[in-house]
Design a protein around this ligand. Sequence first.
Ligand code: SF4
Length: 368
Amino acid sequence: MIQRKSTKCIHVGSVAIGGDAPISVQSMTNTDTSDVAATVAQIHRLEKAGCDLIRVAIPDMKSAEAVRSIRDSITIPLIADIHFDWRLAVGAMEHGAQAIRINPGNLGGPEKLAKVVDAAKIHKVPIRVGVNSGSIEKDLLKKHGFPTPDKPDALIESGLRNVALLEGLGFHDIKISIKSSDTLTTINGYRLLSEKTDYPLHIGVTEAGGLIAGTVKSSVGLGILLHDGIGDTLRVSLTRDPVEEVRVGFELLRSLRIRERGPELISCPTCGRTRIDLFPLAAEVEEYIQTMETNVKVAVMGCVVNGPGEAKEADIGIAGGHGVGILFKKGKIIKKVPENELLPLLLSELKKIEEQGKGRGPISGSGS
Ligand code: SF4
């Protein structure tokens, strides 16, 4: 049983973060933010995948100004990511950003930070103090050395120092991230940080890599933290379409039984008994279930003899044989059909399930 660490609750637009709010999954667009049409189109795809919060980079004033039009065209809260230039932070908030991510220490000094904090107070916008191992202040690197798994102190002190800068200005609507591209440094850093603060934590392994390496690193790093009860919102960072980040994020939460969204696919790895071309079939089912919201377990198995039994926990599934296939529910065979009818049959059953059960829990076992 996971005991979630107690943290303060803040709100980014309509999404609560921390306290007993569900752990939110966020991502970041990789379009040019000033290209409103492209950015909105990508955010719409992310919304469909279940993304709770979206962050956009604000590298220039044109991007800060685009925030208004983007926000007006999407339904999830928008976070502006700013480095170095306090004017961009203020501009993004004036144009409707619902949170900002900054590193308070690199905005050009106390007066400039004070202007950003004033704007955050006026617009009621929370601030994420976002530190990563590449942006640690020189004096802290000198004091602690570069963060390592055994000694992530520079990351932690940098995060807390930046939080103190905001607190010194009477600002407490804060969440914190201290990311490293090293999994163990991330884990130990967040463990120590969570002992020292009760602000909500945004967790992530930064620059984690491509689909496989990034998924593994994020799953290990974030999985261990979440299992420790640490983390209130997460981003899986992948060198891929950001929609994949959201999918991985939800699978990660699902695998720990923290939060479930949409169907779960159970598919066998295939073996010498397989008499059907299972990989494309499983890929098509996986693609289809991305469009569903109902919480249902769907199995795609490679043989009719063992498939239904091996996937007994599935609400519905198919197993392929030599020219034939079967549809089964909770391990019980419901129908036998020619192989070419197997996929259309499953998809039409899934469509029915989605229509009947939108938003409900897993469907019950038998029946046709
Ligand atoms: S379901 Fe059948 S084909 Fe798939 S791994 Fe099990 S025995 Fe092999």
